[in-house]
Design a protein around this ligand. Structure first.
Ligand SMILES: [Zn+2]
Length: 209
């Protein structure tokens, strides 16, 4: 019960993303409610999108993310809500900083790589893929994965492995481009099939390593 109470207390501090501090009105370094001018930190609503948390554009194509900009914004965001920096301000502040940090980390993990990014965008459309779905959906890609994995398992020489990797990298890039195209339309069922294919190629990639 004590935990639920404190969670409710924290929830009441939820603020929306803003470029100025809701408390002192000064410009914020990021859009997160974390101000080192007046030392006020808030929480963001669970419904805030990953793109908004990290201040990267979600349109016109939410799949197209500038990874350099993403990294830069992530580091900046991480800095403003680092729990170590806030712990001296009090227990409530430390907790809020931890929450904010984990939101920032999650948003970064979600957007950084194409597979979780596509899955996130499809989930928002109610079309996310289930864990057990990929092996059954695309039989052609599945048989290709199985053949390639067998080839990897029979421990070929370095040149053959490099060749498999080269071929697979090209296929991954092609699928990522198709995925981007599908989100551009947007055609979510096509995006879903491309995501499933990408998950297969990713298995090969992990199998080589
Ligand atoms: Zn402030």
């Amino acid at each position: 019960p004590a935990l639920a109470l404190s969670a409710r207390r924290l929830q009441s501090t939820t603020t929306s993303l803003s470029s100025t501090c809701p408390s002192c009105g000064r410009p914020l370094p990021t859009r997160l409610p974390s101000c080192t001018n007046c030392w006020t930190i808030g929480d963001v609503s669970p419904s805030e999108r990953c793109h908004d948390i990290l201040s990267v554009p979600s349109g016109p194509n939410p799949f197209r993310v500038d990874t350099k900009e993403l990294r830069r914004n992530f580091l900046k965001a991480q800095q403003t809500c680092h729990p170590d920096m806030w712990s001296a301000r009090g227990e409530k502040e430390r907790q809020l900083a931890e929450r904010l940090s984990s939101r920032v980390n999650d948003a970064y993990k979600t957007l950084q790589e194409p597979i979780p990014r596509a899955q996130y965008l499809l989930e928002a459309q109610g079309m996310g893929i289930q864990e057990e779905e990929p092996p059954l959906e695309d039989l052609e890609a599945l048989s290709e994965v199985m053949e390639t994995m067998e080839e990897i398992d029979t421990s070929p020489d370095k040149a053959t492995l490099e060749n498999i990797k080269h071929h697979n990298d090209a296929r991954m890039n092609e699928t990522i481009a198709d995925l981007e195209g599908a989100f551009e339309v947007p055609d979510y069922s096509k995006a879903k099939s491309e995501l499933i294919r990408l998950i297969y190629w990713d298995r090969i990639d992990k199998g080589i390593k």
